[in-house]
Design a protein around this ligand. Sequence first.
Ligand code: FES
Length: 70
Amino acid sequence: MRSDNRKEIKVCYGPRCRDYGGEALTVRLKTLGIDSEAGECQSLCPHSPVVHVNDKFIPGASIDEIIERL
Ligand code: FES
């Protein structure tokens, strides 16, 4: 977690995750006014899209799962 207590969201932007939902999740988060960063491949590619919210990875992440962690 950031020092200002805001949640840190990193959407994997490796080639597999980007093409299998990561890019769409980034756009959806932005439309909801939620900031996210592009994350690096975590070698969890078969479970794409992978999203990291603070200290936990969400494999096969959906927008609802991300929001639940916020
Ligand atoms: S491309 Fe996302 S974990 Fe590898």
